[in-house]
Write a protein that binds this ligand. Structure first.
Ligand SMILES: [Zn+2]
Length: 289
């Protein structure tokens, strides 16, 4: 069966594996620390691709940053990767086709194509980790926008705490609904040394942890209501490291009581850490490059 080499490039690690047309891993996933310069990242990719090149039909790369419509280059600044990374010539890495896609968009495509939202045509996947990303599928197509940056979950919400987000906005959705936000709630409601995991661990036994969790999940609810009203999706999928801690039934009921559109289903993602690689691989196969 045809297979390709898929990468997931993030600020702390680079993962890669061979994946077949059904989205199955043909090899184990190899992970290594992201090198500290863009030249070293390029060399690592080039060397890895050359090792597999004779066995693959191409290379698919999920990465941080906005990617142009053609899936060939990064169009944005990428803050958590070394200087010059966004200028790398990814197309010169291989003699066979190379496809790039944003990591949250890739995770969204994985859920749409073969994951929790298989069979749906309008799906939003929110990836909740250190930050919040999204992959938006409208009428079976990945929403890219004019520069490839569609789906950025940065917008002001109703709060008076004046928390500054990495995007520069005060009281932005991400700084209330992300893993970073959960850590801030732990310090605010529990103690200076508490973290988001203390909230998760103690939310059924400690009223302070419960209050912090409710406030965090309540902010996520605001985002779900907005997405439900704007996109009228069949399903919203929650992905990323914090998605397994969400109270799905409760949040789904609250959201559907408040939206103006027909109810949507809130579901946990099928894929965890490898969603980016699976999604960008399925996009490559679906595009018939
Ligand atoms: Zn923001």
């Amino acid at each position: 069966m045809e297979k390709l080499l898929a990468f997931d490039i993030g600020g702390t690690k680079i993962a890669y594996a061979l994946i077949d047309k059904n989205g199955n891993f043909v090899t184990e996933v190899t992970k290594q620390a992201t090198p500290d310069s863009s030249e070293k990242i390029y060399d690592l990719l080039k060397k890895t691709i050359s090792e597999y090149e004779k066995d693959i039909i191409g290379t698919a790369i999920a990465t941080a940053g906005a990617i142009n419509k053609e899936g060939k280059k990064i169009t944005s600044h990428v803050g958590n990767l070394p200087e010059g990374y966004n200028k790398l010539d990814f197309m010169s890495l291989s003699n066979k086709p190379v496809l790039l896609e944003n990591d949250a968009n890739s995770a969204g495509w994985a859920e749409f194509a073969i994951g929790s939202a298989k069979g749906c045509q309008n799906v939003i996947t929110l990836t909740i980790g250190t930050g919040v990303g999204s992959g938006i599928i409208v009428e079976g197509k990945l929403l890219k926008g004019k520069s490839g940056a569609a789906g950025e979950m940065h917008f002001p919400i109703d709060s008076c705490k004046k928390r500054k987000c990495t995007c520069g906005i005060d009281d932005c959705f991400e700084i209330y609904a992300s893993g970073t936000a959960l850590n801030l709630y732990a310090k605010e409601y529990m103690s200076e040394n508490a973290t988001g995991y203390d909230i998760i661990e103690q939310k059924s036994t400690n009223p302070k942890a419960r209050k912090a969790f409710d406030e965090w999940q309540g902010k996520l609810l605001q985002g779900l209501i907005m997405l439900g009203n704007i996109f009228d999706p069949e399903m919203i999928v929650l992905s990323g490291s914090l998605s397994k801690f969400i109270e799905y039934e409760r949040l789904n009921k609250q959201a559907n009581e408040q939206i103006l559109t027909q109810p949507f289903v809130l579901k946990e993602a099928k894929f965890e850490n490898n969603a980016g690689m699976i999604g960008v691989a399925m996009l490559y196969f679906d595009k018939n490059l």
